[in-house]
Ligand binder design. Structure first.
Ligand SMILES: Cc1ncc(COP(=O)(O)O)c(C=O)c1O
Length: 382
């Protein structure tokens, strides 16, 4: 048998029938504790903060899909990002993409900095700036690509080459692409992170996050954070992600088709400015997107000029919902300045290009003609 391909792994990796009953779905093991077989011996689990059979399966599935060594599931994407830096020490230095998801910046600026860990934001599309920013105490380069919401790409392989030459690890937030469209580990990254809340779960009914590492040291480190700090994914959330993963390749196909169609439609609309979608030839990093991704996804953003115009658009949409988050089957539109990036100051938002007229779309899997008709009537109301 040849090695299984992605869609086969998505259905089966970590989701083998239950050895006890033959159930074809992974059971939800709602047990905080497990009977021991003796003093210091057990059947593989002792307490669910350290390990749970349902969580183990989703960790295994994501390890296989990302091509890593071990997976570690957390209560949310933010808990996973926190785990990335939880074992750093005062005096350590972290480099981070300069227009990351606002929640990542909030965690780094308002919490992690207080521990004496230095966080520096760099424009990762400028490789010279990255190389110049690495210091002897730099422990991690954290990349989000494409960025939320401006869809700026980072060349993962190039960043890894620069960081590795200086002995620094690279982590990549792969939330926007999912393992279907981008494989950071194959491009050289040491750690991959996801908010499973998004495409992996895919149905907007649970929160979660995951880190996939590539070495036994990562396994030790991230497991220690799970066990010691306790921000772990619950068995039921793990079940929801396992269920979501099984249809991920199919869903991503439709997200991609709809995302492209919506972007092409918007590119013809005179009221739309600064349309950012890496699948359009007008995107300044279209070539990089073609090289590093296996598609362009369904996330995009555009500027309507003024906050009032964005407000009128969001009030007029009918199929799209005015809501935060992304990656679910339903199409969402959101005002980045007051939602995902509300924790930044006006000056910080302005510096990275998140204007008052900016709207982000997460294009779902509905019929694309309905989506375009909805956007057309909402733009008429702007
Ligand atoms: C790119 C990215 N990373 C991380 C997160 C945080 O994930 P969660 O909301 O599951 O904590 C988000 C949430 O929107 C995100 O968009």
């Amino acid at each position: 048998m040849p090695d299984p391909k992605f869609a086969t792994l998505a259905v089966h990796a970590g989701q083998e029938p239950d050895p006890l009953t033959g159930a074809v779905n992974v059971p939800v093991y709602l047990s905080s504790t497990f009977e021991l077989t003796g003093i210091g011996t057990d059947k593989g689990w002792d307490y669910s903060r350290a390990g749970n059979p349902t969580r183990d399966r989703v960790e295994l599935a994501l390890t296989k899909l990302e091509g890593g060594y071990s997976g570690h599931a957390f209560a949310s994407g933010m808990a996973a990002i926190y785990a990335l830096v939880a074992t750093l020490h005062a005096g350590d230095h972290v480099l981070c993409s300069h227009n990351v998801y606002g929640g990542t910046a909030r965690l780094f600026n308002l919490i992690v900095r207080h521990y004496g860990i230095e966080i520096q934001y760099v424009d990762m599309s400028n490789l010279d700036a990255l190389a110049a920013a690495i210091r002897p105490n730099t422990k991690l380069v954290h990349v989000e690509t494409p960025t939320n919401p401006l869809m700026v790409l980072t060349d993962i392989a190039a960043v890894c080459e620069i960081a590795h030459a200086r002995g620094v690890e690279v982590s990549v937030d792969n939330t926007f692409m999912s393992p279907v469209l981008q494989s950071p580990i194959a491009l050289g990254s040491d750690i991959v992170m996801h908010s499973t809340t998004k495409f992996l779960n895919g149905h907007s009914d649970g929160l979660g996050g995951v880190l996939v590492g590539t070495t036994p040291e990562h396994k030790e480190r991230f497991w220690l954070v799970q066990k010691a700090a306790g921000g772990i994914m619950s068995p039921f959330e793990a079940f929801l992600v396992l269920r979501g993963i099984r249809t991920l390749p199919l869903r991503m196909k439709q997200h991609e088709e709809n995302g492209r169609a919506v972007a092409e439609f918007l590119s013809t609309q005179p009221k739309i400015k600064r349309l950012s979608y890496p699948g359009l030839k007008s995107h300044p990093q279209y070539e990089l997107a073609c090289r590093q991704q296996r598609g362009f996804g369904s996330m995009l953003s555009f500027d309507l000029g003024k906050r009032e115009a964005a407000g009128r658009f969001l009030a007029a949409i009918k199929v799209f919902l005015n809501a935060e988050s992304l990656g679910g089957v339903e199409s969402l539109a959101s005002h980045s300045a007051t939602t995902t990036h509300a924790s930044l100051s006006d000056a910080e938002r302005e510096a990275i290009g998140i204007t008052e007229g900016l709207v982000r779309l997460s294009v779902g899997i509905e019929d694309k003609d309905d989506l375009i008709a909805d956007l057309e009537q909402a733009l008429a109301a702007v």
